[in-house]
Ligand binder design. Structure first.
Ligand code: 6PG
Length: 231
């Protein structure tokens, strides 16, 4: 089921998402004493991450991984793990990258599988964004598109080489696979703006025939996703 929540102001959107995520984390910590969450990169979620990082909730028991990352060194402005470290670095949370070796894409993909295999899935939370081309995490059309949806040996992380390369970060990526994302206890997506709302409407109305990655994701999802939509 897709639960769409619309907000008239950015402030309301940020407050509600931060409050709901805080609740999810608190419940996970109460239930199991620890929590594993995956956070998307890009730029729009960071003001909410900042708000969240100032919430006292026992961060030292929380492990954070990127939902996806661009295969670049950590000193690159395109690095999602570096951006997450800047925000959550002082909270006490454990922040783990999806790979170590940015210089070699194939090696990064092997490392990502190994790193993911050591984590304690399922995720308590996957926080997704969506591009105006309908991508989410780093699930893009290209030679690895089907692999991201149906990874070999149920790999939790895979390499994706988007074709065409997205202009905002024109590099190959490592992404959590769609089965891994779909298996999270809580799945949220946060988007803003008319353009993205129109893409989302199209994905939901036309379904897979829209050709949008997010529509293919929704079509195979057998649990709830909450989508927070800002102005
Ligand atoms: C990435 C992402 C990506 C992002 C969307 C939306 O690292 O590129 O994880 O999937 O969430 O591109 O980004 P914005 O929310 O900044 O528009």
């Amino acid at each position: 089921m897709i639960d769409r929540k619309s907000f008239g102001s950015t402030e309301e959107l940020h407050d509600k998402v931060a409050a709901d995520v805080t609740k999810i984390l608190r419940n996970a910590l109460l239930e199991s004493g620890q929590s594993l969450i995956a956070l998307s990169g890009g730029s729009s979620p960071f003001p909410i991450y900042e708000k969240l990082s100032r919430t006292g909730l026992g961060w030292e028991k929380v492990s954070i991984i990127p939902a996806d990352d661009r295969i670049v060194e950590e000193d690159s402005e395109l690095s999602n793990i570096a951006a997450l470290r800047r925000v959550f670095g002082d909270t006490g949370a454990t922040i783990s990258p999806l790979f170590e070796t940015a210089g070699n894409e194939a090696q990064a993909a092997v490392e990502a599988r190994g790193i993911a295999d050591k984590l304690k899935f399922p995720l308590d939370l996957i926080w997704l964004g969506m591009g105006s081309d309908g991508h989410f995490a780093s699930v893009f059309p290209g030679p690895d598109y089907d692999t991201a949806f149906k990874p070999p040996a149920q790999a939790k992380a895979v390499r994706v080489r988007p074709d065409p390369l997205p202009p905002e970060a024109p590099v190959s990526r490592i992404t959590l696979s769609v089965p891994c994302i779909s298996n999270a206890r809580h799945i949220i997506m946060v988007i803003s703006g008319h353009e993205k709302r129109a893409v989302l409407d199209r994905a939901i109305t036309d379904g897979e025939s829209s050709g949008l990655p997010v529509a293919r994701f929704f079509a195979q999802l057998d649990r709830n996703i909450t989508i927070y939509e800002g102005p």
